[in-house]
Design a protein around this ligand. Structure first.
Ligand code: FMN
Length: 442
């Protein structure tokens, strides 16, 4: 069998363009990245440019869920980097929904620390770029569901039994899925957390629906009985109800959004965004299109599109050169993975041109991510370009793109998966390669 995976080895934009052309990926590349400077308006608020930092967990909160000094450091660095939007990392809304004992958690007790984190982040941004530069801030609210590990060992809460995942996620055959009443109660926990996020001063709150954590799993709950399973209307009920409840409680006080899988790559009937044939993993974006239209009608102005399950098929979520320990290289060229993520965001953006759509999965493109992002914005395939791992490695990448029109090749993330590896080893995470003083020597 021909091995398709290749490490990044492109010295120039032309070489990368040729590779994409050869693979017939339909990607475009702009020499001029000035479109990344476009300001964006979200519910009357001005986002100063079209670059977003994606939510990236640092696994460094305190036992009760407050940001630690390392957390503060991460957001200081992101703020000083100049991105127009800072999407704060996965923050649990209940203790049993924490993915690890260091995950941030928003409660009445931890609220003052979140307020300080946000205030300090915004102050640094303004100190660097002037009082008119106010990054738009989103707090990602999560329940980890199947991947909950609040005490450091698996304590899964499932929406349904999934024969592809149950064994690897330590789900016993007789475990009962979360009940409808408990899901309804969770909607209210998300509303309470949204209220706290508003009190902390965030511009927006993300009802996280990606990467197969609990709400994301509900989208794929074809085999579940009751109000939250089976039909499309039932599988999206949790998201729609939670959006409506937050809006009813907080009105225009906070923007409601979601970071959502358009496609998760799990086989039907256990997957979301896949064609409805037994065992099929082939993307089918009809449901994400319908759902986005519904969200748009309900006043959701912003959506962050992602894909995959980082525990199961990490290459779908984050194309890489090197896998985490013990994992195999996928038999696809990472550029194909990047193109998949770009085209799913494009389908959503073209469905709802009036919404601000953020695309994901750009870090593998190294110093050329801005060239692809600018072309995507020019084509109307996306409104904003989101960067995850690349921001751990090179927090100033946005400033370099916006001011100098280019990134420094020597600082760009090399997609070595060590940041993901740290998460898997229950260690604080960041970039072991370019932020070596903090993360390299441990
Ligand atoms: C260490 C690590 C932590 C992450 N934490 C989160 C998170 O808290 N929330 C989330 O939605 N995605 C999270 N992601 C996924 C990223 O936001 C992003 O979607 C992914 O890395 C692909 O984008 P990139 O190619 O720019 O890195 C994480 C990724 C990594 C590597």
């Amino acid at each position: 069998m021909q091995i398709r995976h290749r490490r990044f080895h492109y010295q120039s934009l032309n070489e990368l363009r040729d590779a994409a052309h050869e693979l017939e990926l339909g990607l475009e590349f702009d020499e001029d990245v000035s479109r990344l400077r476009n300001p964006v308006t979200i519910s009357g608020k001005i986002v100063p440019n079209s670059i977003a930092i994606q939510p990236m967990e640092g696994h460094d909160g305190t036992p009760d869920g407050r940001p630690s000094e390392l957390t503060f450091r991460r957001y200081r660095r992101f703020a000083a980097g100049g991105a127009g939007m800072l999407w704060f990392e996965a923050t649990a809304i209940t203790p049993d929904g924490r993915a690890n004992p260091q995950q941030l958690m928003l409660t009445k007790d931890t609220l003052p620390s979140f307020s300080s984190l946000l205030a300090e982040t915004l102050a640094i941004a303004q100190e660097q770029f002037g009082s008119r530069h106010r990054p738009f801030t989103v707090l990602q609210l999560t329940h980890s569901g199947r991947y909950s590990r609040p005490q450091g060992k698996p304590a899964p809460i499932i929406a349904f039994h999934d024969p592809y995942l149950d064994t690897e996620t330590h789900v016993l055959p007789d475990q009962l899925p979360i009940s409808d009443a408990e899901i309804m109660d969770l909607e209210d926990r998300f509303v309470e957390a949204a209220e706290l996020a508003q009190a902390a001063g965030f511009d927006a709150v993300d009802i996280k629906h990606c990467h197969r954590y609990l709400p994301s799993e509900l989208l794929a709950a074809h085999t579940r009985d009751g109000q939250y399973g089976g039909s499309f209307e039932n599988r999206i009920r949790f998201l729609v109800n939670t959006v409506d409840k937050i809006k009813a409680r907080l009105g225009d006080g906070i923007v409601v959004t979601t970071r959502i899988n358009a496609y998760d790559g799990h086989p039907y009937p256990y997957g979301w965004g896949v064609t409805e044939e037994e065992g099929s993993r082939k993307p089918c974006l009809d449901e994400i299109k319908r759902l986005t239209e519904i969200l748009c009608e309900r006043g959701v102005p912003l959506i962050n599109i992602t894909a995959g399950n980082p525990y199961h098929d990490p290459h779908i979520n984050r194309p890489y050169d090197l896998p985490v320990k013990g994992a195999e290289l996928p038999n696809e060229h990472p550029l194909e993975g990047v193109a998949r993520l770009i085209h799913i965001a494009r389908v959503v953006q073209e469905t709802v041109p009036e919404m601000v759509v953020i695309g994901s999965g750009y870090s593998w493109l190294r110093q050329f991510l801005g060239n692809v992002g600018a072309a995507n914005i020019r084509n109307g395939w996306v409104t904003m370009v989101g960067v995850g791992r690349g921001a751990f490695a090179y927090p100033d990448f946005a400033k370099d793109l916006l001011v100098n029109g280019m990134m420094d090749r020597k600082k760009a993330c090399i997609t070595c998966s060590r940041c993901t590896q740290f998460m898997r080893e229950d260690r604080a995470t960041g970039c072991a390669v370019f932020d070596r003083e903090v993360y390299g020597r441990r």
